[in-house]
Design a protein around this ligand. Structure first.
Ligand SMILES: Cc1cc2nc3c(=O)[nH]c(=O)nc-3n(C[C@H](O)[C@H](O)[C@H](O)COP(=O)(O)O)c2cc1C
Length: 181
């Protein structure tokens, strides 16, 4: 069974992107597990040298053990959100026996935004990061959820049937790309 780790790039309690990730897990509960960037400190090389954060090391282990990574990221100022980039920067650092948990890792990228373009520029901005890390970005499908306030309810639950179908189509392609596990 393929095992995909999903990470939301938002810390907001009612985050659309976290809601999109939960909807993905609802569609494929056997495949998708959710991890969080909550608790990851701001990157500081002094902290890295003195006391590598346990939250980063634990998430690195989860990524290393997964067949693929689903990154569900907001777009901030037409780019990647600082908290998500900070998390990926930490996660890209070697720790213990792990050198680069992203190398050759299949990565799927989706996102939701209240605006009209559904994180298209944010997704584009992740591409050079993923390329630098040596990840295998899956480009066989795209999902940019626009008008998110109409697609999610007040708790971040996905209420739009068409988006659910498009999410499922994306996930089926990505799961196949990740391999049989
Ligand atoms: C600093 C900042 C910059 C933003 N820039 C963009 C942007 O460039 N494009 C966009 O579609 N939405 C932008 N937004 C709006 C976010 O898409 C919106 O806050 C969204 O709800 C964030 O995702 P979340 O619901 O998962 O937390 C921005 C929000 C913030 C706080």
């Amino acid at each position: 069974m393929t095992h995909i780790l999903g990470i939301s790039g938002s810390l907001r309690r009612r985050s659309f992107n976290s809601g999109l990730l939960r909807a993905a897990r609802e569609l494929h509960p056997e495949v998708i597990r959710i991890a969080t960037i909550e608790g990851i400190p701001l990157y500081n090389a002094d902290v890295e040298a003195a006391d590598f954060p346990a939250a980063v090391a634990a998430l690195q282990q989860q990524i290393a053990a997964a067949d693929g990574l689903l990154l569900v990221s907001p777009e901030y100022n037409n780019s990647v959100p600082g908290v998500a980039k900070n998390a990926v920067d930490w996660l890209s650092r070697p720790s213990g026996s792990l050198r680069n948990v992203f190398r050759d890792k299949p990565v799927g990228l989706i996102g939701a935004s209240p605006g009209g373009f559904g994180t298209i520029l944010g997704q584009n901005a992740w591409l050079p990061v993923l390329r630098t890390l040596g990840a295998r970005h899956w480009s066989g499908g795209r999902l940019m959820v626009s008008g998110a306030q109409r697609v999610f309810d007040d708790e971040g639950g996905l209420v739009d049937a068409e988006i659910r179908e498009r999410l499922d189509a994306f996930l089926r392609g990505f799961i196949e790309f990740c391999g049989p596990g």
